[in-house]
Design a binder for this molecule. Structure first.
Ligand code: BES
Ligand code: MN
Ligand code: ZN
Length: 504
């Protein structure tokens, strides 16, 4: 599904379905008024007959539009002006998507961009229309044999821009949002794939695949290379698995190579059974999602490369399985990480931080401007923030703010958590430089503190996406988060760099 900016008037654009809003008490926003005039009061008549109060999400379909270019008109209730907050607007867009899906049209034209939303800009409005309608069209089918859905799907959503809008800026927002939506979908699909298909080797092939179609260079460290490099922590986690671990390195050079890169590091556990510290059986299948950090790096790199964003970005993915086995690493083992620091393994289920610490150390050789890791790291983060916000941890105020702002812009939100020294105590070990777990209290924070022991002097942030990367229950599935946040952050950074250069 692609969205397109549309600027000509309503009489000209042929459409299978025109979407316009109506406020409570039959008040019309500008496009609805125009449409009513063009149709000799047809809208007004239908509205009066229906007796609908136009609460948010109510709808009415007019089939016999008197205009030749418009096959159907979908009227959507906007509720009262004061009700149009961001959440209700999202509800409205979801409602629009559902109606269009049920109508089985392949194209539609929406006029919802003229609707003002409390505290939000036109750009936010456009972004949400693109991201929500695209997400709504996603359907997992890779491993279902008779679910080849042949129903027509929405392929093109034309978004009518308000008359006074800055057309160029709006077009850029829609173009960016389309690419972001595609990245989100790619990430979702990778997350949803089962662990017997999406393996460390599969993720490596995905990276190579990106290299074929986009200006992305890929380099992969195989098992022997990891040994040679001394990545003791990543190797320890992988010992329980018959599948070989990898370190995938992807480089997108949209800016001169002299520009210090932004490095994204994504946790790529293609299945996490917990290892010898085996997880309980309930919901263990969901641990196929433990590579969603890695998938979000792939999705983000794809999006920014497609958009040709002028930025230098490197993606690093440590990938492995975590399984119990006679050869698996054990509680009590002391391992030596790539940094030289020794780690006492008190729980083999705290494996994410182990594969990440070696990848973070590895990132130093690229002299990064910023390092951001993305990981489904702790159940504690799910308890703290639920599924609505990713946990954001950073020692860098400016970076933390930039990530929070990017998350708000695309509604892929994060919430800042503390990283105070006080928590470091919990990671003390009698037998190594530090322990890999710090007890139940503040579990998301001690995990982040563990990582921070490997990021000294780096501008670094950590996103714990354990609660946001997938949904449980009847809607079980990957969400593609935080691809939108990451893409928006990178695009914002590239713009800042450009203004810096201009003012030089
Ligand atoms: N992948 C899990 C984190 C996780 C758990 C994500 C539940 C989503 C839902 C991670 O590897 C893990 O097992 N973490 C442990 C750490 C603990 C042993 C300190 C956890 O959170 O229980
Ligand atoms: Mn684990
Ligand atoms: Zn894990």
């Amino acid at each position: 599904m692609k969205c397109k900016a549309h600027i000509t008037d309503l009489v000209q654009q042929p459409t299978a379905c025109l979407v316009v809003g109506i406020y409570h008490n039959n008040e019309f926003p500008p496009s609805t008024t125009t449409l009513d005039k063009l149709t000799d009061g047809c809208v007004q008549k239908a509205v009066e007959k229906s007796g609908i109060e136009w609460a948010i999400g109510s709808s009415l379909l007019i089939y016999d539009s008197p205009l030749n270019n418009i096959e159907r008109i979908l009227l959507l209730g906007l509720g009262k002006d004061e009700e149009l907050n961001p959440r209700n607007f999202q509800k409205l867009v979801r409602r629009m998507s559902r109606c269009l899906r049920n109508l089985q049209v392949t194209q539609a034209l929406t006029c919802l961009s003229e609707i003002p939303i409390q505290n939000k800009s036109l750009h936010w409005n456009l972004t949400q229309q693109v991201l929500i309608s695209s997400a709504d069209g996603y359907q997992y089918s890779r491993t279902k044999s008779n679910d080849k859905n042949t129903r027509p799907k929405l392929e093109e959503l034309d978004i009518s821009l308000p008359t006074r809008a800055d057309i160029t800026a709006c077009k850029a927002v829609i173009r960016e949002s389309n690419a972001i939506a595609e990245g989100v979908e790619y990430t979702r699909e990778l997350g949803d794939l089962p662990g017997n298909i999406c393996t460390p080797a599969y993720l490596s092939r995905q990276a190579r695949h990106l290299q074929q179609s986009l200006p992305i260079k890929v380099h992969i460290l195989e098992h022997a290379d990891l040994k040679k490099a001394g990545m003791g922590a990543l190797l320890a986690v992988a010992r329980g698995s018959r599948k070989k671990p990898r370190l995938i390195i992807m480089e997108y050079q949209g800016a001169p190579s002299t520009e210090q890169p932004i490095v994204l590091v994504g946790k790529g556990l293609t299945f996490d059974a917990g290892g010898i510290s085996l997880k309980p059986g309930a919901k263990m299948d969901e641990m196929k999602y433990d590579m969603c950090g890695a998938a979000s790096v792939l999705g983000t790199m794809q999006a920014i490369a497609k958009l040709a964003i002028p930025i230098h970005c490197i993606g690093i993915i440590p990938t492995s399985e975590n399984l119990p086995d006679g050869n698996a690493y054990k509680p009590g083992d002391v391992i030596t990480s790539l940094s030289g620091k020794t780690i006492e393994v008190l729980n083999t289920d705290a494996e994410g931080r182990l594969i990440l610490c070696d990848a973070l150390t590895y990132s130093r050789q690229f002299n990064p401007a910023v390092v951001i890791d993305i990981a489904t790291l702790t159940g504690a983060c799910v308890v703290a923030l639920g599924g609505h916000a990713s946990g954001l941890f950073s020692t860098d105020e400016e970076l933390a703010q930039q990530l929070l702002v990017a998350g708000e812009q695309v509604h892929d939100r994060a919430w800042r958590m503390p990283l105070w020294d006080d928590y470091q105590e919990q990671l003390k070990s009698n037998f190594a430089d530090l322990a890999n777990v710090g007890g139940r209290e503040g579990g998301a924070i001690t995990a982040a503190r563990f990582l921070s022991s490997f990021t000294e002097k780096l501008r670094w942030a950590h996103l714990d996406i354990a609660g946001t990367a997938w949904l449980s229950g009847s809607k079980k599935g990957a969400t593609g988060r935080p691809v939108a946040l990451l893409c928006r952050y990178l695009i914002n950074q590239s713009r800042m760099d450009q203004t810096d250069k201009k003012s030089d």
